[in-house]
Design a protein around this ligand. Structure first.
Ligand code: SF4
Length: 83
């Protein structure tokens, strides 16, 4: 299980600051930060702590089995970002 960010993300970075294992990318220091549409959670590194959820201003972060059906593609999209 991992948390997932949906396409309502506005790249505010609050989640990046809250994440204790630095598994949300890209960060502002990474080359593709300006060009990506949203941030992503690395499902292989997320420890399911939930710290990113309350700090998201657009309520765009969900546990993978609770992703709203209209954002069903988000789980694969987050994983695909990390190859
Ligand atoms: Fe990071 Fe915790 Fe959010 Fe997973 S649930 S992305 S480990 S802050």
């Amino acid at each position: 299980m991992a948390y997932v960010i949906t396409d309502t993300c506005t790249k505010d970075e609050h989640c990046i600051e809250a994440c204790p294992v630095n598994c949300i990318h890209p960060t502002k220091d990474e080359a593709d930060f300006e060009t990506v549409a949203q941030l992503h959670v690395n499902p292989g590194e997320c420890i399911d702590c939930g710290a990113c959820v309350p700090v998201c201003p657009t309520n765009s972060i969900f546990l993978s089995d609770e992703v709203p059906t209209e954002h069903a593609e988000a789980t694969d999209k987050n994983a695909a970002y990390f190859g």
